[in-house]
Design a protein around this ligand. Structure first.
Ligand code: NAP
Ligand code: MG
Length: 493
């Protein structure tokens, strides 16, 4: 039996708890291995190691830190196929998407390695003579990372790489469902020569390890991606300690299709956005807001194509939709479908757990489309996190924008239209952190900020240069070389 271990102070070890839990393949229920279940003491040990390591790391020139990140990038690239297979076996997304996810980590590693020679601050003129003024980024200390299973390596790369290049040490708790890919990622840091103690992997439950991290006085910030429920709890606990938190949470993303849209293109975007990763992306298309005059044609085209979505084990290259992560998720999705039916939405296709062709050993849900959905129904407002999409008819662009913005989340939105004026109006008025024009709601590139408005986040962003704001403090420095006391705002006015 494979054992997934902790990595603390440069050593692979199991928790002193002696407890392990099994890790299964969601496509067929096979047990892949077991993962150590850590305690608060393991977190303490990781913090001790991180503290010591960060003292020297912060003094290493950033371009030199970046050399290690370049090695991480090379190793990820070399091992891309192997990592993708592990990712698919462990969390279920189809292999083409797993390769895409590993590519995101590769891209992020090269990009953040480049930051080693940038990490730009500002030099600005002083208002006084013979005085120099600048602002620089400084590391914060120890970054605690808590990540979900749906993008287990991409999200970990969005957080760990900027944290490290900026001079912090990292303590990482991955999701309980995806310890194998986490272990491989940390091995790559190890092989790339990252000094011991700078990345520490602590496996275990959110309630024990996650809480211990949030509560630890020496962990200076928490960067979390996951559900709103947990994000709010983290914010509350961290808030009383004035601990910085970066929270990326749920979405209820919509594609708007106007009457002048290329409907075939819109169908491509909707199918990919709603059913890719079995609807378990934070940017998944969960609503389609369509102009009533093209609603029927859009539905007909969607129904013509829905049969292409072959379900199965994602390692099979012909499979288009893999399993959902676990049984309880499968049941939650099924509950939401029942809620939709009871609310009076019309089921166009799907709406059931799939058991034929031996798929009952895994967690498979049929791609599901509801139509005649009203914007205030629960299925149109709450995150389902499964392969379920709701079609909502509207009469105008203005109404579409209102519906798009009526949910508590604000991650991603998309609009299909051939009218440049209306596209720009939508870019301005769609209240989400990410907007796509003539493309679906998914497909973020790592050099742009990733995150959302309203209930999706707390104002921070992952990836892009914006992510450096999470892992650094600004320090403003004034150098007076006049040789006398110069009082700003006083002596010069
Ligand atoms: P989750 O239950 O919130 O778990 C996320 C992480 O938090 C896991 O590592 C989990 O550990 C940990 N955790 C659980 N309870 C905790 C606690 N009390 N204190 C500290 N940590 C705790 O989310 P999920 O169900 O795995 O992931 C799906 C959610 O993530 C969806 O809502 C999705 O929209 C969101 N998501 C958002 C983005 C984004 O960037 N906006 C990206 C991807 C996913 P365990 O695994 O041990 O429970
Ligand atoms: Mg969970």
């Amino acid at each position: 039996m494979k054992k997934y271990l902790n990595f603390i102070n440069g050593e692979w070890m199991e928790s002193s708890s002696g407890r392990f839990i099994p890790v299964t393949n969601p496509a067929n229920g096979d047990v892949l291995g077991e993962v150590t279940q850590s305690t608060k003491e393991d977190v303490d040990r990781a913090v001790q190691a991180a503290k010591t390591a960060q003292k020297s790391w912060r003094l290493v020139p950033a371009p030199e830190r970046a050399e290690i990140l370049y090695k991480v990038a090379h190793l990820l690239k070399e091992r891309k196929e192997e990592l993708s297979q592990i990712l698919t076996s462990e969390m279920g997304k189809v292999i083409a998407e797993a390769r895409g996810e590993v590519q995101e980590a590769i891209d992020m590693a090269y990009y953040m390695a480049g930051e080693g020679r940038r990490l730009f601050g500002d030099t600005v003129p002083s208002e006084l003579r013979n005085k120099f003024a600048m602002s620089i980024r400084v590391p914060i200390g120890i970054a605690g990372l808590i990540t979900p299973w749906n993008f287990p390596i991409a999200i970990a790369s969005w957080k760990s790489l900027p944290a490290l290049v900026a001079g912090n040490a990292v303590i990482w708790k991955p999701a309980s469902e995806t310890p194998a890919i986490a272990q491989e990622f940390v091995r790559i840091y190890e092989e790339a020569g990252l000094p011991k103690g700078l990345i520490n992997l602590v496996n275990g439950s959110g309630s024990i390890v996650g809480n211990a991290m949030v509560d630890h006085l020496d962990i200076d910030l928490i960067s979390f991606t996951g559900s709103n429920e947990v994000g709010k709890q983290i914010n509350e606990r961290a808030g009383v300690m004035l601990k910085r938190t970066s929270l990326e949470m749920g979405g209820k993303n919509a594609v708007t299709v106007l009457e002048d849209a290329n409907l075939d293109l819109a169908v491509d975007g909707i199918l990919w956005g709603a059913f890719g990763t079995s609807g378990q992306r934070c940017t998944a298309t969960s609503r389609v807001i369509v102009h009533e005059s093209v609603k029927e044609e859009l539905e007909r085209k969607l129904m013509e194509r829905i049969g292409e979505l072959k379900l199965g084990n994602g390692l099979d290259e012909s499979v288009k939709v893999g399993p959902v992560i676990n049984r309880s998720s499968l049941e939650r999705i099924n509950e939401y479908v029942k809620i939709g039916v009871n609310e009076g939405a019309k089921l166009l296709t799907g709406g059931n757990i799939v058991t034929e062709n031996n798929l009952d050993k895994g967690n498979f849900y049929a791609p599901t489309i509801f139509t005649d959905v009203k914007a205030d129904m629960r299925i149109a407002k709450e995150e389902i996190f499964g392969p379920v999409v709701s079609i909502i008819p509207v009469k105008s662009l203005e109404e579409a924008i209102e519906v798009n913005n009526s949910v508590e989340f604000g991650l991603s939105s998309a609009i299909f239209t051939a009218d440049v004026n209306r596209a720009f109006q939508a870019m301005r008025d769609l209240d989400t952190g990410i907007v796509y024009v003539n493309a679906g709601t998914t497909g973020a590139e790592i050099h742009l900020p990733f995150g959302g408005t309203k209930g999706t986040g707390n104002g921070h962003r992952d990836s892009g240069v914006a992510s450096l704001d999470v892992y650094t403090e600004w320090k403003s420095i004034y150098v007076d070389y006049s040789g006398k006391l110069q009082r700003a705002q006083i002596d010069n006015y």
